[in-house]
Design a protein around this ligand. Structure first.
Ligand code: FUC
Length: 780
């Protein structure tokens, strides 16, 4: 049933109304025992993990560009000469032989890179022997302020910390309810490649250069990135002095610590740049910040950060357990308890973490750990994996109303076009740009760490889909024209040149793989390398469709669009396996070596792409089988894999299964501080989880905005405000007994849309800046 509504702006509700969500705090009754329990703060560029220890407080620091390595062309120079041979072997079913040649001629040189590293620690020694009472540490997601409070020897102490974007530094205030009570010694510490000095009586300066000479570090050797960290202590009352590269504070009433850091990294060069002086930078930042009082710094921070978080609120009716500490709630969840308000907290935490690791003044995207990393040699180098993980990091950006997080991602992808063109040329003799399955901040594009992990030649095409979605959500045509489309077009140009014809006359990619999964060959052996895995066909279809739509809108070269259409007609079809009834993962119906594999790449067409939807029934049913099969064989065991499954079930319109997997994500893959646990900590599950929850509440990929498409029965009553639908619409919904009570839509830029709720669909012709009440329309 369709009801067309022309320009009937029924209600203009108060704009930007935000409902303050009650449960927006994570908190604990004791200090963090390990890094995984500490509290993360970040301003997109600087990050800190606050342990909240009473006597020996530890604040671990990060700066987004502290990486081991330097710019290098790692493309194997022998690749192109052997490409044809490798491709022919694959087309003739000689996968193992092709694989062997790839190891020799296609693996990156060097085949690995160094890690994103910790910046170091601030260590405090309060030198007190008294035990603490009434201890609490908390992180308020709405304000981004972390607090540690306790009583000691009759005095109440409070530490407040936040990462300020407007003042580009970390701000820490120590206060007490009794004068002269604050005394401590503090220092800056980094185990490798740095030294600390006292430029003045109240500052500590760390000066470093990543040398890649430690046995722990697998960089290319030689001096690398230069960096500085500056810490300034501003006391009220008492005395401050420096000694042995430490700061001593005695008998102060209150102490303000300002900390900032910078490196000589230059994103445009994808390398360090010796014309940048990080010492000048940190001095200038703190000179400005220290002109302001704590109250002014806080106010400036709140004015910037709180409105970003307040763009959304989300509540689910359930027992209010906010009186329990977060680790106590998590312990209950691990035993099987359902805590729906914690689900909403988890959702908001994903938004909080992405804002804190990916927004100006930051220039680099959120990596595998966002911005928080305590290691010199992190798991998977805390790098940018581009065969699911980096893409997943940005799934919540638009739908969860934090679209300002996208800029560091898109700028990074844009910067990679230059080394990406070289990779396309040198390895494949192709135009356009490309990279493989993982990269760092130094322009690496080669197949790293092993042919069986790294052969993902369409990773750039996948990154482009995020850039395209950002346009679909915002409707920002200037962005599409200037940034997204050029990136997409060049990625498509690479694909055009890379495709070859198989024996059946189809255009196929070779060599390639279905990320990280292994199949069994008829000869009893196994392999990962093949041609035209299903994910590639899906990526090409989705990218080309996007390029055709964007190119047509922007009136780009018709010939190019024609070529893309021609190619689309010659791709192999997406097949359903005769063996299993599931979507076939490879060009041949190979048996999986690991049927419960964490990557479910052949469902890319279900999410994030839109090739499998309820209208193409066969594929839709096969997608269900694919998931069931993966899960029956132990799938979803990593946090990000579980998060992807939530998104899949939301797209399959299966609220129960989506809800079950949200529960599993919390139960099995979430640490006490709500960080995602791969294991180990890896942040993509947080971001994929937040996106999945959003996808359960609103979907807009298929030409209409669907309200509550995958609501579990147990989420019977709730309210969400500020979810975003494609076309730049904000959606508010309130429901009870699993039925919508009120719903409204705010149109940011005007335009037509259709809204669907259960069996009803209505059409609206909206005006920019108007809010439309959907309640009556949808209940008619
Ligand atoms: C991919 C995944 C792993 C891990 C790594 C960072 O290789 O298969 O599970 O998330 O990225």
């Amino acid at each position: 049933m369709k009801k067309t509504l022309s320009l009937l702006a029924i209600f203009v509700l108060s704009l930007g109304s935000t409902l303050a969500q009650k449960d927006l705090k994570i908190w604990f009754k004791s200090p963090a025992k390990t890094w995984n329990d500490a509290l993360p703060i970040g301003n997109g560029r600087l990050g800190a993990m606050i342990f909240g220890k009473v006597d020996n407080e530890l604040i671990q620091l990060n700066e987004e560009s502290i990486w081991d390595g330097h710019r290098i062309n790692d493309n194997n120079p022998q690749s192109l000469a052997h490409l044809k041979e490798i491709q022919n072997l694959l087309l003739n079913g000689e996968n193992n032989k092709a694989h062997e040649l790839m190891k020799k001629y296609m693996l990156a040189t060097p085949s690995n890179f160094g890690s994103y590293q910790t910046l170091g620690n601030i260590r405090f020694d309060f030198g007190s022997n008294f035990s603490a009472r009434n201890y609490q540490r908390s992180l308020d997601l709405g304000s981004g302020v972390a607090k540690v409070s306790y009583n000691q020897n009759g005095v109440s102490y409070l530490r407040e910390s936040f990462a300020s974007a407007p003042d580009n530094c970390l701000v820490i205030r120590l206060s007490a309810n009794k004068g002269k009570s604050i005394s401590f010694k503090a220092n800056l510490y980094r185990e490798y490649d740095a030294s600390v000095s006292n430029p003045s009586s109240n500052t500590l300066l760390m000066s470093g250069q990543i040398l890649a000479t430690n046995s722990m570090v697998t960089g290319e050797g030689g001096p690398g990135l230069k960096f500085n960290t500056l810490l300034k202590v501003i006391n009220t009352g008492g005395r401050v002095q420096t000694a042995n590269n430490s700061i001593l504070v005695e008998g102060a009433d209150e102490v303000l610590l300002l900390v900032t850091a910078a490196s000589d990294y230059n994103l445009q060069k994808l390398n360090f740049d010796r014309s940048i002086d990080p010492k000048n930078k940190v001095e200038a930042i703190l000179a400005k910040a220290s002109e302001k009082s704590y109250a002014q710094l806080l106010q400036r921070h709140l004015e910037e950060f709180s409105p970003l978080m307040a763009k959304m609120s989300f509540e689910l009716d359930g027992e209010d357990k906010s009186k329990l500490a977060t680790d106590e709630r998590m312990a209950q969840i691990r035993k099987g308890a359902v805590d729906l308000p914690l689900t909403t907290l988890y959702f908001q935490y994903g938004r909080y973490l992405l804002l804190s690791s990916s927004r100006a003044p930051g220039i680099l995207p959120a990596n595998l750990q966002g911005i928080w990393n305590e290691h010199y040699e992190a798991p998977w180098k805390s790098d940018y994996h581009t065969n699911i993980n980096l893409q997943m990091n940005y799934w919540p950006s638009d739908v969860a109303n934090i679209s300002n997080t996208v800029a560091p991602f898109v700028n990074f992808v844009d910067a990679y076009r230059e080394p990406g063109r070289i990779a396309a040329q040198q390895m494949y003799g192709a135009k356009g740009w490309m990279l493989h399955h993982a990269t760092n901040i130094f322009g690496r594009t080669g197949i790293i760490s092993g042919i069986h992990w790294g052969t993902s030649p369409l990773a750039a095409a996948w990154l482009c889909l995020n850039a395209w979605e950002h346009y679909r959500f915002t409707g920002n045509k200037a962005y599409l024209q200037q940034q997204a489309y050029p990136i997409m077009k060049e990625a498509a140009q690479f694909v055009q040149d890379f495709l070859i014809r198989d024996k059946n006359g189809f255009l196929v990619t070779a060599p390639s793989m279905s990320p990280e999964n292994t199949f069994k060959l008829p000869n009893g052996k196994s392999d990962q390398i093949t041609y035209a895995p299903t994910i590639d066909i899906m990526l090409i279809q989705e990218l080309y469709r996007a390029c055709i739509e964007a190119g047509t809108l922007l009136k780009d070269d018709k010939q190019f669009i024609k070529e893309l259409n021609n190619t689309l007609r010659q791709l192999p079809p997406i097949k359903i396996s005769k063996r299993t009834g599931a979507i076939q993962e490879w060009i041949e119906d190979y048996e999986e070596a690991e049927p419960g594999h964490r990557h479910i790449s052949h469902l890319l067409g279900l999410y994030p792409a839109n090739l499998i939807h309820p209208e193409n029934t066969n594929l839709f049913e096969a997608a269900k089988k694919t998931l069931e099969r993966r899960l029956a064989n132990g799938g979803g065991h990593t946090g990000w894999s579980r998060a992807w499954i939530i998104n899949f079930y939301a797209r399959l319109l299966d609220g129960e299964k989506a809800g079950e997997n949200v529960q599993m994500l919390l139960q099995k893959s979430t640490l006490d501080n709500l960080f995602d646990n791969h294991p180990p900590f890896q942040i993509d599950g947080n971001f994929g989880g937040t996106a999945g929850i959003a996808e359960m509440l609103v979907q807009s990929h298929n030409g209409y905005i669907e309200l509550l498409p995958a609501l579990p029965k147990s989420w019977s009553k709730g309210a969400v405000k500020g979810l975003v639908a494609r076309g730049a619409f904000e959606v508010d919904i309130q429901w009870k007994d699993n039925k919508i009570e009120t719903a409204s839509l705010f149109s940011k830029i005007g335009g037509k849309c259709k809204v669907k709720y259960q069996a009803k669909t209505i059409s609206l012709n909206t005006k920019a800046g108007q809010r439309y009440d959907l309640t009556k329309l949808l209940s008619r």
